[in-house]
Design a binder for this molecule. Structure first.
Ligand code: 7TS
Length: 422
């Protein structure tokens, strides 16, 4: 069936769905490409995932048949663009189980969502001496906005640790909480290690201390079921491009009572109610935080990506990826001289490793010759690199279209790294 996602129900069991990977792979045109005459093995999914044709086609269709600016025109095309764009927001709300689409601010992505909270909520409600808790695993985009606020307001940043196996230490986190803690900004899944943070417990403890919680969901949205109400998070940030959608768009979920109290952080068209030179009044959320023409077609693409992922089912995707992660764990530990950093008990499909004698960039270059795309570097998480005493690691990260055979290709290529550097 054209346009439907590839799920096979196991015979006689309607509750277990297994992912039909071969069929899913046919949805992704780029997977037909070759690199140095080898089939592309794309293991850089934590940086950005590839796009199914359903997303590409939804975006082309918008440009070819109904594109116009949104929220402004009475004409047909503008109304149709607005409808499909706003349907994207509704899909995000359903996908995260937000009570209302009005609680979804569309942004450029996770980075902009976190900066929005720092610039609006932070400036309005934090003051000198107030404490913000981060974890040592944060991506730079969940560190630097708080440092900018520290420079401006004199807030204090505290850092929750992990152990040598990369497990998040909940008890140590609890000890950092104090009556001065106003905000906890924490990743759901570490992009550098794959560690899954126990968000429900973090939120419970933070709320008991009177702090609000912002979760960086950049690495989580495509890999697990997210229910912002069940998690009871105050803010949840994500990027479309890690969710099989286009770049340039993402979102911020916020609790209604918080968004309503927050002042605008950027001024322009779309976010105002009435403007005079004396005084301007602002729209209600989410539009109050969306100054200027939004990423219209990207929003439409994001809606198509959510349809795609939802049709496959996040539980089905998670089961497939957890099988891959387990297999990769076994295969990688058989490679002589390889040290795995991703060893937390609760972890997602991200495998960070080092190899004795070989710089991660050399590993990346050698496996690239075999068609395998992995990432080498500090993964925009320099503090956690320092925690492990390294400046860089190699990282293979899996998405819904990856297979065990592809992991075998990586492991063979790592054998060549060993031959050269071992
Ligand atoms: N937070 C986490 C946990 C991330 O993994 C990333 C991007 C971001 C925030 C920023 O997202 P953006 O879409 O606003 O840029 N992570 C990565 C990565 O691991 N390699 O490249 C980008």
């Amino acid at each position: 069936m054209e346009g439907t996602a590839a799920v096979n129900l196991a015979p006689g069991d309607n509750s277990t769905a297994a992912l039909d990977v071969e069929r899913v792979r046919r949805d992704f045109p780029i997977l037909q490409e070759t690199v140095y005459d080898r089939p592309l093995v794309y293991f850089d999914n934590a940086a950005s995932v590839q796009k199914p044709r359903q997303v590409i086609e939804a975006m082309s269709e918008a440009y070819e048949t109904y594109y116009a600016n949104v929220h402004r025109g009475v004409h047909h095309m503008s109304q149709r663009s607005t409808e499909v764009f706003e349907a994207g927001r509704e899909k995000v709300a359903r996908f995260l189980n937000a009570p209302s689409p009005d609680q979804i601010v569309l942004t450029r992505g996770t980075t902009e969502s976190i900066n929005l909270v720092a610039a609006s909520y932070g400036r309005a409600f934090l003051e000198e001496g107030d404490e913000v808790i981060l974890s040592v695993m944060e991506h730079h985009s969940n560190i630097v906005p708080w440092q900018l606020l520290r420079d401006e307001l004199g807030i204090v940043i505290k850092v929750a640790p992990i152990d040598d196996q990369a497990n998040f230490l909940l008890d140590d986190f609890a000890e950092l909480l104090s009556p001065r803690t106003k905000l906890v900004a924490i990743t759901h899944i570490s992009n550098a290690l794959g560690t899954v943070v126990p968000i429900e417990a973090v939120v419970r403890l933070a709320h008991e201390a009177g702090a609000v919680v912002l979760v960086d969901g950049a690495q989580a949205v495509a890999h697990m079921e997210i229910d912002v109400q069940a998690l009871d998070v105050d803010f949840y940030a994500f990027s479309s491009h890690k969710l099989y959608g286009p770049t340039g768009i993402g979102g911020l979920y916020g609790k209604a009572e918080l968004l309503e109290r927050m002042p605008p952080y950027q001024g322009g068209g779309e976010m105002i109610d009435v403007v005079t030179f004396e005084k301007t009044t602002y729209k209600e959320p989410p539009h109050r935080f969306e100054a200027g023409t939004p990423a219209i077609v990207e929003g439409i693409g994001l809606g198509a990506a959510i349809d795609y992922v939802s049709a496959l089912g996040r539980e089905t995707i998670a089961a497939h990826e957890s099988g891959l992660t387990e297999y990769a764990g076994e295969r990688l530990s058989s490679v002589e001289g390889l040290k795995l950093h991703s060893r937390a008990k609760e972890r997602a499909s991200i495998m960070a490793f080092e190899m004795a004698g070989a710089h991660p960039h050399d590993i990346g270059t050698i496996v690239d010759r075999a068609g395998v795309a992995i990432r080498a570097g500090h993964h925009c998480a320099q503090p956690v690199m320092e925690r492990f005493g390294v400046s860089a690691t190699a990282r293979a990260s899996f998405g819904l279209y990856n297979t065990r055979e592809e992991i075998d290709v990586l492991v063979d290529a790592l054998g060549r790294v060993k031959e050269i550097f071992g």
